[in-house]
Design a protein around this ligand. Structure first.
Ligand code: GLA
Length: 385
């Protein structure tokens, strides 16, 4: 059953009447370009088939009432009480979006109240942007219900603001732009400096390639310290280099300031500079019809995230090594790191071997292997019904 159907059923069961509409938005897989977004750099995500759906309708009693198929209980508060810090837990994501849109518009939207029922099949903590899927589905719902006519960049920004200021995770704009702007059958080259988003057909099917994703089972939370610390280190590195962001840094500039940066900041900055170049090289190769050649860039991205940015974990390294050992063209961790999933780019005929090799890393740990799934570019956020 789709997340949209589940959300509609949950709404009916909880509130005793059908919703006014159902909106859904996908998780994303970032093919390459990790920890570049908040450095104003490049990334190449695509929307995955898994989605989060929000069934919604206005109320008349001045209350905001939320339920989720994934969490127990009902969350409720007076619409007039919505403020930064007023909500914790999962409801901070959707209510944070309402708060951010109120801030953007400078008006008290949904003062008379709002009911939301949420259902999702995006795995949480897996580096596949379950939070952005929830934020973006909510933003689409609020935009339509209140007839705000905000564009998708504005909705994405509201989602990010919810996550930054209501949830307290200092993330970039990658996930929200990917969820709302990805084309249904291609990846999206994002320039995170100005939000420019360019569709990039990957040509994987024609090249006989598939993308596998495996959840390491090690789960992270981006409001934990490691992500914020990396972000802060990048900002300090940019200051030392005398550039507005690491987007503006070059290998030559890094070499020139190596001493002043010190070894740690040098490595952090080197990851960002080289990762931006890898994104652009990946786009160039797929545009030239050389999709099979991007595997080396994908594995180099992993090495850089592991050694220079230090956001991988041994479980992800093991998946990457196993996949590459079994014939994947390239593999890497995806998302913010400290756990989550890894992807592998695999010649279709080798899917069984690579999946089995990945499963073997779990057997070695003595934990049951999760399903290793193939993902293909899928639809962006939309109104379902
Ligand atoms: C998380 C954040 C994104 C981005 C990635 C790393 O998914 O939400 O903004 O920084 O990590 O690329």
């Amino acid at each position: 059953m789709s997340a949209g159907t589940l959300a509609r059923g949950l709404f009916l069961a909880t509130f005793g009447e059908p919703p006014e509409g159902v909106w859904s938005s996908p998780g994303r897989l970032n093919l390459i370009g990790e920890h570049t977004d908040y450095n104003e750099g490049f990334a190449l995500p695509f929307a995955i088939p898994q989605r989060t759906a929000v069934a919604a309708a206005p109320r008349t009693d001045g209350r905001l009432v939320l339920v989720s198929a994934q969490r127990p209980g009902v969350v409720g508060l007076a619409a007039s009480e919505l403020a930064k810090g007023a909500v914790a837990g999962w409801a901070a994501y959707p209510l944070g979006v309402l708060w951010a849109i109120r801030e953007l518009r400078g008006e008290d939207l949904f003062e008379a109240g709002l009911s939301l029922a949420i259902a999702s099949d995006v795995p949480t903590g897996a580096g596949l942007s379950s939070s952005a899927a929830l934020e973006c589905a909510t933003a689409l719902a609020l935009n339509d219900l209140a007839q705000l006519r905000l564009n998708r960049h504005q909705l994405a920004a509201a989602g990010r603001r919810a996550e930054n200021e209501m949830v307290g995770a200092p993330t970039g704009i990658l996930d929200q732009l990917a969820s709302l702007l990805s084309p249904s059958d291609a990846a999206l080259l994002l320039d995170c400096r100005d939000g420019e988003a360019t569709p990039v057909p990957l040509g994987f099917a024609a090249a006989g390639l598939a993308v596998l994703v495996a959840d390491s089972g090690v789960h992270h939370h981006l409001a934990d310290g490691g992500y914020a610390q990396r972000r802060a280190q990048c900002e300090v590195a940019a200051q030392v280099l005398g550039v507005p962001s690491l987007r503006e840094a070059t290998p030559a500039l890094l070499a020139q300031h190596r001493e002043r940066l010190g070894p740690l900041l040098f490595r952090r900055a080197r990851h960002v500079v080289t990762e931006n170049a890898r994104v652009l090289d990946t786009v160039r190769l797929v545009r030239e019809g050389e999709a099979r050649e991007i595997g080396g860039l994908i594995t180099a991205s992993h090495a850089s995230l592991r050694d220079d940015f230090e956001v991988s974990v041994p479980e992800l390294d093991a998946i990457v090594e196993a996949a590459n050992g079994a014939g994947a063209l390239g593999a890497r961790m995806v998302g913010g790191g400290f756990g989550g999933s890894a992807l592998a780019l695999v010649p279709r005929e080798l899917l069984p071997q690579v999946s089995a090799a990945i499963a073997g890393t779990f057997a070695a740990r003595g934990v049951p292997a999760p399903p290793v799934v193939e993902v293909i570019p899928s639809a962006p956020g939309h109104r379902d019904t």
